[in-house]
Design a protein around this ligand. Structure first.
Ligand code: BES
Ligand code: ZN
Ligand code: ZN
Length: 468
């Protein structure tokens, strides 16, 4: 499916369906009001009315906000994909072009890697028609880059765990580095031993795949700021010896979504040619069982030097991130440090499936992220740290415990565990994003279809674009 920006004049309407957005209050003045009314169409949000004889698809929107247009465009494209139309056209302007592109690209996304009997889609081209291309060109190209990077993230989240394991993840990162002129370093078992990444190595020990730490860098000349992104890349989380119940294990290929998001973000930044230096650090590990598995009761020495009592091997993401965060802080003196992780089921309990949990010390940074996610159409919400929850991580035999000693506040105690590995000078530069709920879905919502959603890519790209 191609999306092209063309002028109204260049547009030839043959064999085409034209897509229109209509609000309930404007329905009465629509040129085909009689027909629309006859069919019972009320222009409610995300409802459609197809006027076949007129080659028009009318999409209801509650009001003309970006969120509503994005969602309606996603609904429209899903319907058009199964129609006989070869092309569609939508009139766009500065105020809605981003939302339209996102709705079409993200709502029209399909993951067909494992399907052997694909149905051929007739719809080939979508024409966004406008008065003045020059006025919209930049916004159009930007929106396409960010939407495509989100789909890239979805694609890699959706790959089956046998195909995407830590070594193949490293290969994929190297390919991205080649294509987008990024620097790429991969640390394997030997190098990680030398780096004393014992917490991360313990998590991967029972896997037949070598654990990898991947570092990608995008380095323009004279950057305005330096940003480090860290991603949890559990290519599979069985829970380890604290084994997950069978039904909770299904979908745990998505436990690499944080890592996939940071790859998507660095892809977007490099294609947008933003004048900021971006480093992406990924801890690619598989959490499995076996005779050599790490176990509850083990005490691990992290790269930082702090000892960690393991009481649950399913709280593995924080162990991997402890070492990767420490490595990232030593290698790069960044202005901002962000980690993305499908870290806790508790975050989904607290915020629901749709919202990313944001944790950290800087109110200002949290505010800026909240603004950026509003512009991007992603949901984020702050979960506040406090000193009482911090005490719940106390260990009787080591410096810290990998789980809380109380059943409440699990998303925040996980965030506080990570905080233990953030250097004093970086406290206000760091935010942790728990995308456990938002990164994956088994039922469609908004612009998301079954599988990876690409959570984090849009709001972080939006934030990075705004850096002065
Ligand atoms: N990867 C999971 C968190 C998760 C759960 C992500 C559901 C997406 C959907 C994480 O490693 C985990 O298992 N966390 C435990 C922590 C607990 C043992 C303290 C959890 O959330 O139950
Ligand atoms: Zn786990
Ligand atoms: Zn996990």
């Amino acid at each position: 499916m191609n999306i092209k920006l063309i002028t109204e004049k260049a547009y030839n309407a043959k064999n085409n369906v034209s897509v229109e957005f209509v609000m309930p209050q404007n329905l009465g003045t629509h040129r085909y009001y009689k027909l629309l009314n006859k069919s019972g169409f009320k222009a409610k949000q995300d409802t459609l009315c197809s006027l076949y004889e007129k080659n028009i698809l009318v999409c209801g929107i509650e009001e003309s906000s970006a969120d509503n247009i994005r969602s309606a465009a996603a609904t429209a494209i899903k319907s058009l994909k199964t129609s006989n139309y070869k092309s569609a056209s939508i009139a766009v302007e500065k105020s809605n072009i981003k939302a339209v592109v996102e709705g079409l690209v993200l709502g029209g996304y399909e993951f067909n890697k494992y399907k052997t009997k694909n149905e051929k889609q007739k719809l080939k081209n979508i024409y966004l028609t406008c008065k003045d291309i020059a006025e919209l060109k930049d916004a159009f190209e930007e929106a396409v880059i960010i939407a495509d990077a989100t789909c890239y993230t979805r694609d890699i989240v959706n790959i089956a765990p046998d195909d995407l394991n830590p070594p193949t993840f490293a290969k994929l990162a190297k390919k991205l580095a080649r294509e987008n002129s990024l620097e790429c370093t991969v640390l394997g078992h030997k190098e990680l031993k030398k780096e004393r990444c014992e917490a991360m190595l313990a998590v991967g020990r029972a896997s037949c795949h070598d654990t990898k730490l991947i570092h990608l860098a995008y380095k323009p000349k004279n950057p305005k700021k330096i940003i480090s992104l860290v991603g949890k890349g559990l290519t599979y989380d069985s829970g380890g010896l604290s084994l997950k119940p069978a039904t909770s294990m299904v979908t745990m290929k998505m436990d690499k979504a944080g890592a996939c998001a940071v790859l998507g973000i660095i892809k977007a930044v490099s294609e947008l040619k933003l004048n900021i230096e971006v480093h992406a650090f990924v801890g690619a590990v598989e959490n499995m069982i076996g005779g050599n598995a790490y176990k509850p009761d083990d005490v691990l020495t992290s790269r930082k030097g702090d000892t960690i009592e393991v009481r649950n091997t399913d709280a593995e993401g924080r162990l991997v991130l402890a070492d990767v965060l420490d490595y990232a802080q030593e290698k790069v003196q960044a202005d901002y440090l962000f980690d993305f992780a499908t870290l806790t089921g508790a975050c989904m309990v607290a915020l629901g499936q749709y919202t990313t949990g944001v944790m950290g010390h800087s109110n200002r940074l949290r505010h800026d992220i909240s603004k950026a996610s509003g512009r991007a159409g992603e949901l984020t919400a702050s979960l506040p740290f406090n000193k009482y929850l911090k005490k719940q991580l106390k260990s009787e035999i080591a410096d810290i415990c990998n789980i809380s000693n109380k059943p409440y506040g699990g998303a925040i105690t996980a965030g506080l565990f990570l905080d233990n590995f953030i250097k004093e000078e970086n406290k206000d530069k760091w935010l942790h994003f728990d995308i456990a709920g938002s990164a994956y879905t088994e039922s469609p919502w908004d612009v998301n279809v079954y599988g990876g959603t690409g959570a984090g890519v849009r709001f972080m790209s939006e934030f990075l674009k705004s850096i002065k």
